[in-house]
Design a protein around this ligand. Structure first.
Ligand SMILES: *[C@@H]1O[C@H](CO)[C@@H](O)[C@H](O)[C@H]1NC(C)=O
Ligand SMILES: *[C@@H]1O[C@H](CO)[C@@H](O)[C@H](O)[C@H]1NC(C)=O
Ligand SMILES: *[C@@H]1O[C@H](CO)[C@@H](O)[C@H](O)[C@H]1NC(C)=O
Length: 698
């Protein structure tokens, strides 16, 4: 054979191989808790009147798309200033994080001729020029931007520290003209909430230092560090126990911490003008009094004004207020305008004439109800797999991949992947769904209260979702209600593996898929611990499950594999000493597993967000041999319960078929408004109970 012919053949083979690869394209969908699909943020501003009067209206600065959050006003760059002068325009310049495409990145808006205050809101829509400041390579969370000259300072989670339960959040600077990016946080250190000093020379961060993350979801226990914005050098700890720094001038920082009396409060740190900078040479003092939670401070100029988010007794909402250090008084900014909305992360203009913040657009009272997304597409780090957030918990794909079963508390639902054909199948409290691989339309679930003890009344049922008469196809497969849950059928449809607390501990059992436990039952695992969330590989070889067998009662879970005949037990994912790795779901080719984990820890200070039980939950995949760990999601929400389907779903958002009230979400449940002192002394056991409730379902 001539050499060119050989080459030609080789190319043909390569082409066929690559086509096979394309043909095996698939989709992963997952649920996000905390009403995430029910809200979207925009950034707004109000004027800060020197006469202390409350603003009458707010100006929406961002464009009403996606989630726009954590803004900062920017002082004019030269180019903009020239443009403005030429066109005699006024402009507001804003940098902010935005979640377009399901992954946060950083945008700059220049808003020309912002309309004067006092007009109706609709008239305040403003025209903007918008640029994406970071090009979208890779998938990671980008947050808390500041612009210093030509450099953007921000948090990113694109580097894996390689240690389970270590946050990937670190501070970077990118020179916008060259794209040159430099890591400012030392390797092995997680930094959050960067703030750049007025001169641009110094950056302050909330940092876990080398302490690592201990599973905390309320106050992270960060310290404030200061370093040189240019290259991260001269890094010094300036405050023990503090977060969310903001500079008033080159020597004055505000920060927040939960005080010993339980109240989140604003503190001031005064750095020495001469001499060595250290925790000991920095003077700190509390500036806001107990009785009001005050957090996420933003210095408004150097005139002793600080903008804060507050939670007050008698209100269910988080508002923005100004605290005047001289008068020792609060001044309300947002409650007079929108009393029934949460407002987050205030920021001030350099001239102290404007305060910005973000909040949900729309209204919890349903003034403007929008269709939520049934499927929200996220940029996927694996091009052959499309990735979606689905509006429903515990999703599972039908065998042909064209339908999804899910839970929307309470009740079991099915829908087509385009959101159509949504049908409520059961109205009981249900969780963990699975489709029978052989009997068309048969779905398994467990009904009863979730996340309870071994003896709780929960049983496994099957129902044919295609039957008009659902009652006649409804079948209870287990009896006695000893917390029987997480059913998953064998690929031949003959058996169902599930977890049960019938022995006094949650272990795995296998029963007849049609007749249930009366048709045949045997025990797969046994021991004084919890095995749960089982998933049978499509090739029949393995059952994956979550277990706390090596860390009983710690609240942690790890993933294991076992052959259905009880041999071959091995650990698949280790997530630190008490990590939480849950909800395994095999890929259609049985070679990989998707799961949710705290492997990447938290990515932002939880107090800057709406309530999330487990803000560290992210979606990962791993090969069944334990190699090739990949992180799919990067955000500060609780992502959980992934499902892996055999079809490539077009990577576009799919609207829900129904309207829903927007902005119906809760502020942090752990912000105790009336007796914070008792809250701060709650022990870890209670914390774990509270947070185990949602994701683990142990
Ligand atoms: C406060 O800021 C103004 C201008 O923004 C400046 O002129 C003044 O010197 C500052 N005062 C202090 C004490 O830094
Ligand atoms: C158990 O199942 C595995 C995987 O199918 C198989 O390799 C092994 O031989 C089986 N062992 C026994 C004792 O049946
Ligand atoms: C947490 O669990 C412990 C031990 O099971 C129990 O004694 C305690 O009452 C629980 N606390 C809450 C708040 O559920």
């Amino acid at each position: 054979m001539a050499k060119s012919k050989q080459l030609y053949l080789l190319f043909q083979i390569l082409l066929v191989l690559s086509l096979i690869d394309l043909c095996s394209s698939e989709s992963i969908i997952f649920a996000t808790l905390g009403s995430r699909s029910m809200y979207s943020f925009d950034i707004y501003s109000v004027p800060l009147d020197s006469k202390n009067s409350a603003p009458l209206s707010e100006l929406r600065l961002t464009d009403g798309h996606s989630l726009n959050f954590n803004g900062q006003f920017v002082t004019s760059t030269n180019i903009i200033r020239e443009q403005q002068q030429q066109q005699q325009q006024r402009a507001i310049e804003l940098v902010y994080a935005t979640e377009r495409g399901g992954v946060s990145t950083i945008y700059q808006d220049i808003i020309f001729n912002p309309t004067p205050q006092g007009l109706r809101r609709e008239a305040l829509e403003v025209s903007a020029q918008r640029v994406e400041l970071l090009s979208g390579d890779g998938v990671s969370m980008k947050d808390r931007p500041s612009l210093v000259g030509d450099s953007l300072i921000y948090v990113s989670t694109h580097e894996n520290p390689g240690v389970p339960r270590a946050s990937w959040a670190a501070v970077y600077s990118t020179q916008l003209s060259t794209g040159l990016t430099r890591r400012l946080s030392p390797y092995g250190v997680a930094d959050f909430s960067p703030a750049v000093s007025p001169s641009g020379v110094w950056t302050a961060v909330a940092s876990l230092g080398d302490k690592g993350w201990n599973g905390e979801v309320e106050e992270l226990g960060t310290d404030v560090f200061v370093f040189s914005t240019r290259d991260g050098s001269n890094r010094v700890k300036v405050v023990e126990h503090g977060g969310w720094p903001s500079w008033a001038d080159e020597f004055t920082l505000y920060f927040h911490r939960r005080g010993d009396d339980g109240w989140w409060s604003i503190y001031k740190a005064i750095l020495p003008k001469n001499g060595e900078l250290s925790v000991d040479s920095v003077l700190t003092q509390r500036v806001t009094p107990p009785g009001v939670h005050s957090f996420t401070p933003a210095a408004c100029g150097n005139e002793s004004l600080v903008a804060v988010a507050t939670r007050r007794s008698g209100s269910d909402y988080r508002h923005i207020e100004i605290f005047d250090l001289k008068a020792k008084k609060y001044r309300e900014l947002t409650r007079p305008i929108t009393p029934d909305a949460h407002h987050f992360s205030p920021f001030c203009s350099a001239d102290s004439k404007m305060v910005g913040y973000h909040k949900c657009r729309g209204s919890s009272r349903g003034m403007k109800s929008e269709k939520p997304l049934f499927l929200e597409n996220l940029r996927s780090p694996m091009p052959e797999i499309s990735l979606f957030r689905v509006d429903g918990s515990f999703p599972s794909f039908s065998p042909d991949g064209n339908r999804v079963a899910f839970v929307d508390f309470p009740g079991l639902y099915v829908a087509n992947m385009d959101g159509s054909g949504r049908r409520q199948v059961l109205s009981d409290m249900a969780f963990a769904t699975a489709w029978d691989p052989k009997r068309k339309g048969v779905v398994y679930t467990s009904t009863g209260p979730t996340f309870e003890t071994e003896s709780t009344e929960v049983d496994i049922v099957s129902v044919n979702v295609d039957d008009n008469d659902l009652e006649s196809s409804y079948k209870k497969l287990t009896h006695g209600g000893a917390n029987n849950a997480f059913p998953w059928p064998s690929p031949d449809g003959k058996w169902v593996v599930f977890r049960s607390g019938r022995s006094g501990h949650k272990n795995l059992y296998i029963m007849d898929a049609v007749e249930g436990e009366t048709g045949g039952l045997h025990r797969l695992t046994e021991g004084p611990w919890s095995d749960t969330m089982c998933n049978w590989s499509p090739d029949g070889e393995w059952i994956a499950f979550a277990s706390d067998r090596e860390i009983v009662g710690s609240g942690g879970f790890e993933l294991y594999l076992i052959h259905p005949n009880g041999t071959g037990l091995r650990k698949l994912v280790q997530s630190g000493s008490v990590g939480r790795t849950n909800h395994p779901y095999f890929s259609p080719d049985s070679k990989k597993i998707a799961f949710t984990s705290d492997y990447g820890a938290v990515s932002a200070e939880p107090i800057s967000n709406p309530h999330q039980y487990q803000p560290y939950g992210d979606i990962y995949t791993i090969n069944v041999d334990g190699s090739g760990l990949k992180r799919l999601t990067h955000n500060s929400y609780e992502d959980g319960t992934p499902a892996w389907g055999p079809n490539y779903i077009q990577p576009v958002d799919v609207e829900s078929a129904y309207n829903a009230a927007q902005c119906a979400f809760e502020d942090l449940s752990w912000l105790q408004i009336d007796s914070p002192a008792s809250a701060s002394h709650r022990n870890r056991v209670e914390d774990y109970n509270g947070s185990t409730k949602i994701q683990c379902g142990g």
